[in-house]
Write a protein that binds this ligand. Structure first.
Ligand code: NAD
Length: 368
């Protein structure tokens, strides 16, 4: 007879790795080590109920293995939620390579990493993330087909940012509809923080719609170029949180919605592409409500990128990817509705929606 071990109440839960995996119900973690190439990597698979786990590979100078593991577990779980709400048949996964992306990369290291991914036989599909270049993807691809988000010249879908920006733009319109009863952004004062790949594309949509767009970035050259190109007005870093505005669009870093900024922000809506915008979901998810701000959950509105790479898996077609991204409008409205009905913060409504789809599909699969 097979005895089922209750890990949460066993001594295994005290093991730092098993304990962390148990906490958020991760399915599998693969530790990769290769002394020859110096590769040290972790692949975290959170959930594969909806389909193979998909998420990028990040190369970062983690202080130690535990920090890398925590990041891989947190990011892979985020991917499960993002794909679930976006209605994709994908689970959540993420890989991290421990090391300096500027000095510790080699063809051998990347190909060895590709071999490890291949050993998972498609349970995890990788893509580009922080610290990984197109060249690295080429090396990984030499060893495994479980790769997506490739550049167009490698037969892939290219930069996903324009689709991400489009998703953020329509989610902003849905938020405007919810807040003001009218989806028009014409005449609205919108601050876009970070005008990188996504931010710049978003500015184009907003300017075209007649919004009054204000931009900030640490990259002065880029800032000037985008201002000249679009007519958006440049503002200082302080002004991002201190000026009167209708919509704040964080498109640079995470955790910019925190106690300090919420005490300063004078906006009605927060809707942008950055991941993990709320510094602490429990605290700041409630604080935005107290401030009368409508928060459009980040992983819902920035799903255009994952939607785009999903369509690469089945033979890329930009029209189909964009048609799927259109659904972000309705999903965002639905989340606001659930949040109101259940009297919960919007981030929680999004989480519940993601969990419900996984639970429902999980039941169907168990029926076979
Ligand atoms: P990017 O690196 O092209 O652009 C980020 C921009 O933010 C850069 O121009 C950078 O100079 C600027 N920046 C950095 N720190 C800043 C600061 N303190 N203040 C102001 N500006 C600052 O990245 P991206 O691809 O445009 O992505 C933007 C955000 O959206 C990231 O958080 C990313 O994780 C998230 N996201 C991107 C995609 C996508 O498809 N690219 C998909 C989902 C989520």
């Amino acid at each position: 007879m097979i005895e089922v071990l209750d890990i949460k109440n066993s001594s295994l839960a005290e093991n730092p790795v098993i304990g962390q995996m148990t906490l958020n119900n991760h399915e599998q973690v693969l530790f990769c080590n290769d002394n020859e190439t110096g590769l040290k990597a972790i692949v975290a698979i959170h959930n594969t109920v909806l389909g193979p786990s998909l998420g990028g590979t990040r190369m970062w100078t983690y202080k130690n293995e535990m920090e890398a593991l925590t990041d891989a577990l947190r990011l892979s779980r985020g991917m499960t939620y993002k794909s679930s709400v976006a209605g994709l048949n994908l689970g959540g996964g993420k890989a991290v390579i421990i090391g300096d992306s500027k000095t510790q990369k080699s063809e051998a290291l990347m190909r060895r990493f590709g071999k490890f991914i291949n050993s998972l036989a498609g349970k995890y599909i990788t893509a580009e993330d922080v610290g990984i270049s197109t060249k690295d993807m080429e090396y990984i691809k030499m060893e495994t087909d479980f790769v997506t988000g490739l550049p167009e010249n490698m037969g892939g879908s290219g930069d996903p940012s324009p689709v991400t920006a489009y998703g953020v733009y329509i989610a902003m319109k849905a938020s405007a509809h919810e807040k003001w009863g009218n989806e028009s952004l014409s005449g609205k004062k919108i601050v876009v923080q970070g005008i990188g790949h996504v931010g710049e594309s978003l500015v184009h949509y907003l300017v075209k719609d007649g919004a009054k767009v204000f931009i900030n970035d640490i990259n002065e050259t880029r800032l000037k170029a985008v201002a000249k190109e679009t007519g958006a007005e440049v503002i200082s870093a302080e002004m991002v949180y201190d000026m009167e505005m209708d919509i704040y669009a964080p498109c640079a870093l995470g955790a910019t919605v925190n106690t300090d900024t919420l005490n300063r922000l004078k906006c009605s809506i927060i809707c942008g592409s950055a991941n993990n915008q709320l510094a602490d979901e429990n605290v700041h998810g409630k604080m935005v409500i107290e401030k009368g701000i409508l928060y459009a959950p980040d992983f819902v509105v920035n799903a255009g990128g994952i939607i785009n790479v999903y369509y690469e898996l089945e033979g890329y077609n930009r029209e189909r990817a964009l048609a799927h991204a259109e659904k972000i409008y309705q999903t965002t409205l639905n989340i606001f509705k659930v949040a109101k009905e259940q009297n919960i913060p919007t981030y929680m409504a999004a989480n519940r929606l993601a969990e419900k789809r996984i639970a429902d599909i999980g039941k169907v699969k168990l029926g076979f």
